[in-house]
Design a protein around this ligand. Structure first.
Ligand code: NDP
Length: 286
C-alpha cells in the first residue's frame, strides 16, 4: 500500500513558514501584507476556491481583498479594474480567479497584472523567468506539488517524470520547474500515442487531465510516486483523475483527492504573496 502524500499537513507546514516570516516583518513595524483577488461572476467552484484563499490569508496575517465583478462586465472594464487594483501600493499581490466567463479573454486579463505582483505566475514575464531558472513567481499548483514532494523527502534529481496534461496553469510550468529540479521530464497530452507505454515508465507520474479514473493501475510502474491534480465533481463527490483504490496498491506514494494537491495550491499562493510583499519591501524585483 502506498504512503499518502498528505497535502493537508504539508500545506500547514508551508503556511506556518509564511506566517512566521510575516510575523518577523510585522514585529519590525512593516505594513500589512495584502492580496487582492479579482473574481468575475459567481461560478460556484470559484466561490469555494476564493473562500479557501481568503480563509488562508486571514489565518496567517495577510489582508485579503476580494473584488467581485459582474458576470456581464466587458473586457475593457475588467482591464481597467485590474490596472487600478495593481497600482495600489498597499496591495502586494494581485490575482484574477479563473475561469472567466467565456466572453472574456483570460490571457489578456492576467497579463495586465504587473510581474512583481503576479502571485499566480501567469504573466509571460514570470513564465519566461521560469525558462531561465525559477527566479520569478512559479504558478501555485506546480509550486505546491514540488513542495509536497520535497516535504515527503522524495528526491527529484535524476527521476523520470511523466506529466499528463499541458495546460498553461499546471502541465507546462510544472514541466519547466521540474527540469530546473534536474528531473527528466516527458509531457503527454490528448494527441500522445501509446500513453500507457509512457506513463508506465514514470518514476513520478503527475496527472492533470480532468477525467475521473483516467489513470488505471496498468498505466503505473510498480513503486511509482503518483500525484493526482484532477478535481472532478461526480454524484459520489469530488474525485481525481487516478483510479485511487487500485493505483494505491501499485504506487509507493500517492496523493488523495481531496486533501492532496488542492490545499498545496492555496498554501503556495500564500508563499507567493509573501514573495510579492518582500519584493515591495526591498523595492526590487529580480
Ligand atoms: P485543461 O483542461 O486546461 O488541460 C487538460 C489537459 O489534459 C490538456 O493538456 C489535454 O490535452 C489533456 N488531455 C485531455 N484528454 C487527454 C487524453 N485522453 N490523454 C492525454 N491527455 C489528455 O485542465 P487543467 O490543467 O486546468 O486542469 C486539469 C485538472 O486539474 C482539472 O480536473 C482541474 O480541475 C484540476 N486542477 C486542480 C488544481 C488543484 O489545485 N488541485 C489546480 C488546477 C487544476 P490537450 O492539450 O491536447 O487538449
Amino acid at each position: 500500500m502506498a504512503i499518502i502524500l498528505d497535502g493537508k499537513k504539508a500545506s500547514k507546514d508551508l503556511k506556518e513558514e509564511v506566517r512566521l516570516s510575516l510575523d518577523q516583518y510585522y514585529k519590525k513595524g512593516a505594513p500589512k501584507c495584502n492580496l487582492a483577488i479579482i473574481m468575475v461572476g459567481d461560478n460556484p467552484a470559484s466561490e469555494i476556491y476564493v473562500r479557501n484563499k481568503a480563509k488562508a490569508c486571514e489565518a496567517i496575517g495577510i489582508g485579503g481583498q476580494l473584488i467581485k465583478l459582474s458576470e456581464k462586465i466587458t473586457q475593457e472594464e475588467l482591464e481597467k479594474y485590474i490596472i487600478a487594483v495593481s497600482k495600489d501600493p498597499k496591495v502586494h499581490g494581485v490575482m484574477v480567479q479563473l475561469p472567466l466567463p467565456p466572453h472574456l479573454d483570460a490571457d489578456r486579463a492576467t497579463e495586465l497584472v504587473p510581474p512583481e505582483k503576479d502571485v499566480d505566475g501567469f504573466t509571460t514575464a514570470n513564465l519566461g523567468k521560469l525558462i531561465i531558472g525559477n527566479q520569478g513567481f512559479l504558478s501555485c499548483t506546480p509550486g505546491g506539488i514540488i513542495y509536497l514532494l520535497k516535504n515527503h523527502k522524495i528526491v527529484l534529481a535524476g527521476k523520470n517524470v511523466v506529466i499528463v496534461g499541458r495546460s498553461k496553469i499546471v502541465g507546462k510550468p510544472l514541466a519547466l520547474a521540474l527540469l530546473n529540479e534536474n528531473c527528466t521530464v516527458t509531457v503527454c497530452h490528448s494527441k500522445t500515442k501509446n500513453l500507457a507505454s509512457i506513463t508506465s515508465k514514470a518514476d513520478i507520474l503527475i496527472v492533470a487531465v480532468g477525467k475521473p479514473n483516467f489513470i488505471t493501475s496498468d498505466m503505473v510502474k510498480y513503486c511509482a510516486v503518483v500525484v493526482d491534480v484532477g478535481i472532478n465533481r461526480t454524484p459520489e463527490g469530488i474525485v481525481g483523475d487516478v483510479d485511487f483504490a487500485n493505483v494505491e496498491r501499485q504506487a509507493s506514494f500517492i496523493t488523495p483527492v481531496p486533501g492532496g494537491v488542492g490545499p498545496m495550491t492555496v498554501a503556495y499562493l500564500m508563499k507567493n504573496t509573501l514573495h510579492a510583499y518582500e519584493i515591495s519591501l526591498k523595492g526590487k524585483y529580480n
